[in-house]
Design a protein around this ligand. Structure first.
Ligand SMILES: [Zn+2]
Length: 263
């Protein structure tokens, strides 16, 4: 990837992040989306110069009504831009790994845009799960639809074995959900596990689940250590599923390689 391509990803990520900031605010509150951005406080529509990702926040800091622009907006914009650049880097560095090679052999030059679209939905899910402890059905279905289109049009020979793994992931999470009596995770995690598991298929699913629980355990211990979370207080599990999914797609083969070398 050239510097120009990384800059394009950065700008595209900032703009997408601006959209995600709006979507993740309005979707869980059942507000109408689409149309121009407005101030969440006074509802005044924003002019184009008030709506520039990151820059408007850094320059203006507040709306004309006097209310500060919530820091979630620049944070989501910066995080999305960061993840876009990271995705571009991880894609070009691992294009020959088994999983990405399969995707690339079927999607060709559309592979990176396809992966960025997935990253966008993952970001939206993670933001809403962190802020509101829910994974909205609409976003899980959109992700499922994106994967369904891919398998039906480009990889229909893989469809049934992948659906089987999605189903097994679903049963695995359903068991945890029932055993922990809903304290461990929500039903949103169970539905999401079907969608993510069926995209990954057999070997990747195992690594993805292992990674999600490892990340969750490490983060839980850190949060306990700094006393930000008391025992029994729910920490949303969705972000760990999503981060582990990203790592599995791009670095799965390398992680397995490092692990086998350790043995
Ligand atoms: Zn305002």
């Amino acid at each position: 990837m050239t510097l120009f391509e990384y800059l394009t990803l950065l700008i595209f990520g900032l703009v997408s992040g601006s959209f995600l900031g709006m979507l993740t605010y309005r979707l869980p509150r059942s507000l109408h989306f689409g149309g121009r951005s407005y101030c969440d406080h006074c509802k005044r529509k924003l002019s184009w110069s008030e709506n520039l990702p990151l820059i408007s926040y850094l320059v203006l800091k507040k709306c004309r009504c006097g209310k500060k622009i919530p820091s979630r907006y620049p944070l989501i914009e910066a995080a999305t831009a960061g993840f876009f650049v990271l995705t571009g880097f991880a894609y070009s560095a691992n294009i020959n790994s088994g999983f990405l090679d399969t995707l690339h052999s079927r999607l060709g030059p559309a592979t990176l845009p396809f992966l960025l679209l997935i990253v966008m939905v993952l970001m939206a899910l993670a933001v809403i799960d962190i802020e509101r402890q829910i994974l909205p059905d609409a976003l899980v279905y959109i992700l499922g639809l994106i994967f369904a289109v891919y398998f039906i049009l480009f990889a229909n020979n893989l469809l049934f074995s992948h659906l089987l793994w999605g189903y097994l992931s679903f049963l695995f999470f359903l068991t945890i959900y029932l055993v922990t009596k809903r304290r461990g995770m929500g039903f949103g995690d169970v539905k999401l596990s079907f969608v993510l598991g069926s995209f990954l298929g057999f070997e990747q699913s195992i690594l993805w689940l292992f990674g999600a629980f490892t990340l969750g355990a490490v983060a839980g211990l850190i949060l306990l250590a700094v006393r930000r979370a008391k025992l029994g207080l729910p920490i949303p599990f969705g972000p760990f599923l999503l981060v582990s999914f990203w790592l599995t797609v791009f670095y799965g083969e390398k992680i397995v390689g490092w692990y086998l070398k350790l043995l």
